[in-house]
Design a protein around this ligand. Structure first.
Ligand SMILES: [Zn+2]
Length: 1065
């Protein structure tokens, strides 16, 4: 599932079970992988003459008589003729082409062993030479039959549709907020669930419905696809040594992964409930001082020893986790740890994690705990490369077995009775007849005799082949449409050139499958489409001057098979920056350009990637510089500021809903140096399953590499199209709300025009009935989607958790990372509507309430002089404080930064949520102080300026940015080794990390690369010098410090303790 693009060949470096060109090879062999990169590009004669070969394909879609449009301006600009530019690159060698991925043909490769290495892709920063590509041979496939938009509503059978729908007005996505309010959904009727789990199936399934490259393959991490992050050739010098060399791979595969418990929890096996241990902090409460939950006016002293307070202490060992042991759900390892999952009945915590690993039997018990019951769902998450691939099951014409009442999918927790003739649904309790051809006798243990051979009966995650019933049209092709801002500012800052370069390089990683379609447009106050047809001498520009009532040229001219237009496209991308170099048009028709591209994509759907540099100022959805207006209107205060965090009007939202309806997913790459109104712009990606990338203040020198890597990961990461997702849960609970980047037409389903491995959706629950002690509550995620190979699939994740009436069990099984992520997302949802101080107060109170409940009902120690933290949640106060001080909630900060932050957290995954607000900091100057230290990541140090010494160099990363802080008294030898200069002043501010020929420099480069790999993100490197504004920026991340208007960590603990005491009194 490495590639978003349908391909007849596997993506390089990525290992589907049966088609891996790397099988049997040394996974880290650079040469092999360089060859693999050529796999989609057979060598061929230069074809610099665009019209010399190949039959002209039929238009892929039904023609609309566009040419009759009188408004279409005739071609205006002409391009310089094709210039064969030869770029060096490894010669494509005769590489075997693999067969197309048939469903159910080859036997699934036995899953990789736990110790297997991952095949790696090395950097391929050398783009393919122009003119080296052979024209595609053979017959062009005929156009897919499109049924077009339909008004058929979703039935209550759950996700069924992959076609556009009429949008029923009403339910718009809005995330859950802090105060949980009752929903008016009716509780399901029926008998209480009879929950009885089968024996936890352990061991290899020998019924491998063979995987296909897309969906059943091990969904490796980005590096498996080749390094996600490469330096571009644009103004950024790549390190002299390859950043993703073999060292990384040795590190990753870690043979003999050990069972090491995470050190954030007491030593235990993962999967076993931890013993109830608490952290006791002797506290002497301050005698005086007003306590404020918002933390602005605390005085008083504490006697907490700063060295004794809880801090994260991540384990560097790999943890093995079986999802069920002895027929019991295990407690997952921390989301931020390195772990390998064996699916023994429950799905991997990568796909679904619950805030509490035991479900309270009643709503009252949940309320008493003050905790929230929520799932973080990341349905396409990247598994660890050592994990078994997801198995694909084809039930044939009949489709997967489902409960006839609630439409839940067959899973390991459905109980077969009556010699297997009937089964009881673990979600709604209904008893169904077993379909005749699915019948199997029961063994002496009451399980079906074939349970261990059937993935759907022994695995928490399985993928079903969707039948026609799940389609309203043929699965859509993979369409990528790029639109680029070429207004004056974009040209002058180098943003246009950076975007063109990034696209040109990124599309070279897309295979030339007939299913891969591309299109391109540029815009300022007009929109310029380009006819990329091979038959033309050169791309033809088609101008759409009307940005109020846009139309689009003939779609078959502007969206073309990549194989047919790659050369034209590269040529065009090279020409665009110079073509517009004297552009004096400052206006930018962002909304109109999206609309026009949408009209071209309407019949297929697809991914629309927008490169925007200035505030959209003309045409549909034009915005005003309201930030400046807000600033001048001082008297209005916080209320006016709040408006700036909300969309300016409903135009873009209305448009976004229409885009979602037609399965168009929009990503916006914002390369700007000014206010651009992210609050308004972000509505489009948030509604369509896309995301915002934000480069501020944009620098062509230092940001081009990140732009390229972000784009490359965006289009090559595992992803699906035209998806619908629904969460079901056992009777007794009901879904309260979904939160994330999607469109919602009916209450039970979320529509995802695009869904990728990084996107996470939060689902909150509330009780509508009671559970029996000893029963289990199941959650089931069903994601219906189209793979990039054009297969329609239903991915099912099932998680069954024990129910409890004991409050202390809830605290014992609380999942810190998930609880915190839930807080974070709710805070993000509040940002546009609630004053910051209120959100800070709400968060602080939530933390206090949870700890108070524990103190009051579970802790055995009665001394009021002690703050008692449940072991599993001992970092809750620290993370809460970090959230209070985060970009989104702190008192200073730009409007766009806060809007971006709120947008970012709405889809963030659990593993990335914690570092976003509580970054990792490491000492760089002492990286090689320990000989023989092979670990790539050095120990983290507390986020306290007391630990940031003047003679040190420190690295801090939060998954987005990577700051390198240099003190003013650093040894000049160390400076020379890392920066190549002997003094701090000589380090250029426009900083690019280079690798020099010494151990320290190599180790630092390896460290940065490892962080980028872990985060699946090309972190933006920034240099921070002591005494400089950049140094001040660095210090804002020192969460444990006291600053004007905020508490230190110790003070915050005192505050929490005092509040608990007050509540106890
Ligand atoms: Zn059911």
């Amino acid at each position: 599932m490495a590639s978003p693009v349908p391909s007849r060949v596997p993506r390089p470096g990525y290992a589907p079970p049966s088609f891996n060109p790397n099988l049997g090879r040394t996974p880290d062999s650079l040469a092999d992988n360089m060859q693999n990169l050529q796999i989609n590009r057979p060598p061929g004669p230069p074809s610099s003459m665009p019209n010399l070969s190949g039959p002209r394909p039929p238009p892929p879609f039904a023609n609309q008589p566009f040419s009759s449009s009188p408004n279409l301006t005739p071609p205006m600009a002409s391009f310089p003729g094709p210039t064969p530019v030869s770029r060096p690159g490894p010669p494509p060698s005769g590489f075997p082409r693999a067969a197309p991925p048939p469903i159910g043909s080859p036997q699934a490769n036995p899953s990789p062993s736990f110790a297997s290495g991952r095949p790696s892709g090395p950097p391929f920063s050398q783009p393919q030479p122009f003119g080296l590509r052979a024209p595609p041979q053979g017959v062009f496939p005929s156009a897919p039959t499109m049924t077009g938009p339909t008004t058929q509503p979703l039935s209550d059978q759950g996700p069924m549709s992959n076609g556009p729908h009429m949008f029923t007005q009403g339910t718009l996505p809005g995330g859950p907020r802090f105060p949980s309010v009752g929903s008016n959904q009716q509780p399901p009727v029926g008998p209480p669930p009879m929950l009885s789990s089968p024996q936890a199936p352990i061991g290899q399934s020998i019924h491998p419905f063979p995987g296909t490259p897309m969906s059943s393959a091990p969904l490796g991490p980005p590096s498996q696809l080749g390094p996600p992050f490469l330096a571009t050739s644009q103004g950024v010098q790549p390190p002299s040594a390859t950043p993703y060399g073999s060292q990384m791979w040795q590190m990753q595969s870690r043979p003999g992964a050990s069972l090491v418990p995470g050190t954030m929890q007491p030593p235990r096996m993962f999967g076993m409930p931890p013993p109830p241990t608490n952290q006791y902090l002797p506290l002497v409460p301050p005698l005086m001082g007003h306590m404020s939950a918002s933390g602005t006016s605390i005085t008083g002293q504490s006697k907490i020893d700063p060295d004794q307070i809880p801090r994260p202490n991540p384990s560097s060992s790999v943890i093995l986790f079986e999802t069920r042991q002895n027929n019991q759900a295990g407690y997952p390892p921390p989301a931020t740890s390195d772990y390998i999952v064996k699916d023994t009945g429950n799905c991997s915590p990568r796909y679904m994690r619950c805030t509490i690993n035991q479900v309270p039997c009643s709503g009252d018990l949940l309320t008493t705990s003050s905790m929230q019951l929520a799932l973080m769902v990341q349905p396409l998450a990247l598994p660890h490369p050592s994990e078994e691939p997801i198995q694909v099951v084809d039930f044939g014409e009949g489709g997967p077995v489902r409960c006839s009442r609630c439409k839940g999918y067959i899973n390991p927790f459905m109980k077969f009775i009556d010699q297997g003739r009937r089964f009881i649904c673990n979600l709604c309790g209904f008893t169904d007849e077993t379909p005749r051809d699915y019948h199997c006798n029961l063994g002496p243990d009451g399980r079906r005799r074939d349970a261990d051979e059937r993935p759907e009966l022994c695995r928490g995650t399985v993928e079903f082949v969707a039948t026609k019933e799940y389609m309203v049209r043929e699965p859509m092709p993979a369409v990528f449409f790029f639109i680029i801002d070429v207004s004056m500012n974009a040209i002058q800052t180098g943003a246009t050139a950076a975007a063109c370069s990034a696209i040109s390089q990124a599309i070279s990683d897309l295979p030339e499958s007939p299913r891969t379609m591309v299109g391109i447009a540029t815009f300022d106050s007009n929109i310029h489409f380009y006819n990329l047809k091979r038959a033309l001498q050169q791309p033809l520009m088609l101008i759409v001057p009307d940005v109020q009532d846009v139309y689009t040229p003939l779609e078959s001219d502007v969206i073309v098979q990549l194989a047919e237009c790659r050369q034209h496209l590269e040529q065009l991308l090279e020409t665009v920056p110079t073509m517009f170099q004297n552009n004096r048009v400052a206006d930018s028709a962002f909304g109109a350009a999206i609309k026009a591209a949408f009209l071209a994509m309407k019949s297929t759907g697809g991914r629309l990637l927008v490169f925007q540099s200035v505030l959209p100022s003309v045409g549909i959805g034009a915005l005003s510089a309201r930030e400046a207006e807000g600033r001048t209107n001082v008297s209005a205060g916080e209320k006016e500021i709040h408006k700036l965090l909300q969309p300016a009007d409903k135009t873009l939202k209305t448009m976004a809903i229409e885009l979602a309806e037609y399965q168009v997913c929009v990503d916006v790459f914002i390369t700007t140096q000014t206010y651009i109104d992210i609050a308004s712009i972000s509505v489009v990606p948030r509604t369509t399953g896309g995301q915002v990338y934000y480069y501020y203040p944009f620098s062509a020198l230092s940001d081009s590499a990140k732009l390229y890597n972000d784009l490359r990961w965006n289009i090559t990461r595992p992803q699906g199209f035209e998806a619908v997702m629904r969460i079901r849960c056992s009777q007794g609970l009901q879904v309260q709300e979904y939160s994330g980047n999607f469109c919602k037409r009916i209450p039970t389903d979320v529509d995802l025009p695009g869904i990728d491995c990084d996107k996470t959706i939060m689902v909150t629950f509330k009780h509508d009935d009671k559970f029996q002690e000893g029963s289990e509550c199941a959650f089931q995620c069903a994601l219906l989607y189209t793979t990039v190979y054009g297969q329609r699939r239903i991915r099912i994740h099932t998680l069954s958790l024990p129910c409890t009436t004991v409050l202390s069990n809830l605290f014992r099984s609380a999942d810190l990372d998930t609880q915190f992520t839930c807080f974070l997302k709710q805070a993000g949802n509040e940002i546009p509507t609630t004053p910051r101080y209120q959100i800070r107060e709400q968060i602080t109170n939530l933390c206090i309430n949870v700890l108070h409940s524990y103190r009051k009902f579970c802790a055995t120690v009665s001394s009021s002089g002690q703050l008692i933290l449940p072991e599993g949640l001992k970092l809750f106060p620290l993370y809460t404080l970090a959230l209070v001080k985060s970009t989104g909630l702190r008192t200073d900060g730009r409007i766009d930064d806060r809007s971006y932050w709120a947008t970012h957290v709405s889809s963030i995954s659990t593993p990335l949520a914690v570092p976003l607000v509580h970054p990792r900091m490491m000492a760089i100057h002492s990286l090689i102080s320990k000989e023989d230290d092979e670990s790539l990541i050095p120990p983290t140090i507390p986020l306290s300026s007391a630990d940031v010494t003047d003679d040190g160099i420190f690295l801090l990363e939060n998954g987005e940015d990577c700051l390198i802080y240099v003190g003013n008294m650093v040894n000049s030898d160390i400076l020379q080794q890392i920066f190549g200069v002997p003094s701090v002043d000589e380090i250029p501010t426009q900083f690019v990390l280079k690798q020099y020929d010494n151990k320290l420099s190599k180790k630092l480069n390896n460290l940065v690369n490892e962080i980028r790999r872990q985060r699946c993100s090309y972190l933006r490197l920034r240099l921070c010098k002591k005494g400089d504004p950049s140094g001040m920026l660095f210090l804002t991340y020192m969460i444990e410090d006291k600053t004007p208007g905020s508490l230190s960590y110790v003070e915050f603990l005192v505050l929490v303790h005092r509040q608990i005491q007050t509540k106890m009194a």
